[in-house]
Design a protein around this ligand. Structure first.
Ligand code: SF4
Length: 188
């Protein structure tokens, strides 16, 4: 069984970047550490910082809608985390030095969890995990093989709330994910 308690404890005490000074809560992650599908966003926003859980509020509800539509559930068969575990002030983009400071935690989680699929939620996560030139509008829903894992990028729910025209495209990405889960024989 995957046990994140050691990494979680290290995150709770972490002062490796200046974001620890302004956080309300460390947002470590939510879900089943034994799941084979890992979702990674960019960083906690205001609601996430207040509640200590990734993807809550309206954006989180939208993400849950897509997840539930393809048989996934943050409480049981996936794990959700972010590149950063503390909120950047005013929801600005994570700075490169903050990403570098926090990425070792994600690497440790991936090493322990050994996911078969990583879904990058939004541009920042996809640029950090898949490729620095990743363009969500062009490359969403495409699976890339890396180190025995499949990586896929899709839209961030906050972006969909700003531009609902891409909601259909995003759900298609989730349907492709569902197909991939079946093709790989991943039990969910
Ligand atoms: S964002 Fe990451 S590296 Fe920075 S203080 Fe929080 S846990 Fe530590």
């Amino acid at each position: 069984m995957t046990d994140f308690s050691e990494i979680r404890n290290a995150c709770m005490l972490c002062t490796n970047c200046p974001l620890h000074e302004t956080r309300t809560n460390v947002v470590f992650g939510v879900g089943n550490p034994d799941a084979k599908i890992l979702f990674v966003g960019e960083a906690p926003g205001e609601n996430e910082d207040l509640q200590g859980e990734p993807f809550v509020g309206r954006g989180g509800q939208l993400l849950d809608l897509y997840l539930n539509g393809v048989g996934l559930d943050r409480k049981s068969n996936i794990y959700i985390t972010n590149i950063l575990r503390c909120r950047p002030p005013h929801n600005r983009d994570p700075r490169p030095e903050e990403q570098q400071a926090c990425l070792p935690f994600l690497r440790q989680m991936v090493k322990q969890m050994q996911p078969k699929i990583i879904v990058c939620v939004g541009r920042i996560a996809a640029q950090v995990i898949i490729s620095k030139d990743f363009k969500v509008s062009k490359e969403h829903g495409v699976f890339y093989e890396r180190g025995g894992m499949l990586l896929m990028g899709t839209f961030h729910p906050a972006a969909l709330l700003r531009d609902p025209r891409r909601k259909g495209d995003c759900f298609e990405d989730f349907l492709k994910l569902q197909d991939k889960i079946k093709a790989l024989g991943i039990e969910i």
